[in-house]
Design a protein around this ligand. Structure first.
Ligand SMILES: [Zn+2]
Length: 190
């Protein structure tokens, strides 16, 4: 059981050595998922496991549970033994709890490949709650979004791709844009 205090992982310097930086990213993603999704119930997010037993990526996803502010967020891999708790997540930059009521709208569930889900997590801000609320699907991730949400996400991916200096990240964002645009035009989504 990995017991962590999120405050120790905020604002790590760029040159932080060793495993601290990937761990910080892992923990901050878990906090984003747990605060973007519903509280009080454990659910399987689209976030991949960080472990690589015998040099192979663990195929598990992160199951997250947030109860109330003041209580640690709990997480565990669906497949391996990796698990932990994160305290002091409240009001951190990764706390995506909704501060205003959700707009009503029919929610579509859209299946997207893992690579696209990973690319969407590169987006800076704006659509974070949508992105980190993604659940694990039978294959890939499941994005639950209204038509307006999806339009916004597509515009956002396009805008970010236009401003992205890294060629590799730009290609990933372009692929995400294409996948979402296709999903938006498909009348029967899964
Ligand atoms: Zn695992």
């Amino acid at each position: 059981m990995l017991v962590t205090d999120l405050r120790h992982f905020l604002d790590l310097p760029r040159d932080t050595p060793g495993p601290a930086r990937p761990l910080a990213e892992h923990l901050s993603n878990i906090v984003r998922a747990a605060t973007a999704g519903d509280a009080g119930t454990a659910w399987e997010s689209a976030l991949p496991c960080r472990r690589r037993p015998a040099n192979r990526r663990c195929p598990g996803r992160m199951i997250v549970l947030r109860t109330a502010a003041g209580a640690p967020i709990r997480w565990q891999c669906r497949v391996c033994e990796d698990e932990g708790v994160i305290s002091n997540w409240e009001d951190s930059p990764f706390d995506l709890r909704r501060r205003w009521p959700a707009l009503a709208g029919a929610i579509n569930e859209i299946g997207i490949p893992d690579e696209v889900a990973a690319a969407l997590r590169l987006l800076d801000t704006g659509c974070e709650r949508l992105v980190f609320r993604m659940r694990a699907g039978d294959e890939g991730a499941v994005l639950a979004a209204t038509d307006d949400d999806l339009d916004e996400l597509i515009e956002f991916a396009a805008a970010e791709a236009n401003h992205e200096p890294s060629r590799r990240r730009r290609q990933r964002l372009d692929a995400a844009f294409d996948a979402l645009s296709t999903a938006a035009q498909t009348p029967h989504r899964w």
